[in-house]
Design a protein around this ligand. Sequence first.
Ligand code: BGC
Length: 254
Amino acid sequence: MDVLGVDIGGSGIKGAPVDLARGELSQERFKVLTPHPSTPDAVTDCVWQVVRHFALPVGPVGVTFPGVVVGGTTRTAANVDKGWIGRDAAGMLGERIGAPVTVLNDADAAGIAEMSCGAGRGRTGTVVVLTFGTGIGSAVFTGGNLVPNTELGHLELRGHDAETRASARAKEEGELSWRRWAKRVNRYLTHLEKLFSPELFVIGGGVSRKAEKFLPLLDSVSAEVVPAQLQNNAGILGAAMAAAAAGAMPATAA
Ligand code: BGC
């Protein structure tokens, strides 16, 4: 069964139907630019454009959001318009699309996909998946189960919100070399290792495409550190997986 996944990101809103049996996109993804300001109404319009592009029979749709999402309500908005705080995002998107919509945190979605068919496949210990982009997203798993909305990008690092120091945006804006940026990421990983003692860190987000530049420099932790494997598609895949799982729940309960 194909389920549509849509990933709301800082620069683009992209989506594609996902073949869940294969764990891959079944059509090329379609992307529209993220509107500025990224208000709920403007972003909802974009999600609708992405959904409409595929002209599929309307089934469950999974949508990622770059903030805390509890029961379909968006609770924080660090890098998007503050109008999202406290909105029933699942209800709003569902009404516009005319289908049941599951909304989840973007890093949680990427983590779900990496655990099921990427770098974390088969790992049962504690795994921390991090996405380095505009912010730092996190997804923590143990026994393959997700603890949602961990928001580890906002841990304090030397008196600063970690993502303002160690995200890919911080690297770009501060014109940091890979070595200088890796030093900050090492400090961050060391802190996370003290808190969670994971067996594995999966490093995702746009930077994972350039893993050869920085992975050898991430040597501060005893846990294994590997690049994400699904890169730009992880959010879409994980969103679709979450929507399918949510859709399956009532049937299982019946
Ligand atoms: C948000 C997280 C999000 C991450 C990556 C952070 O600023 O608080 O919810 O997962 O950025 O987009």
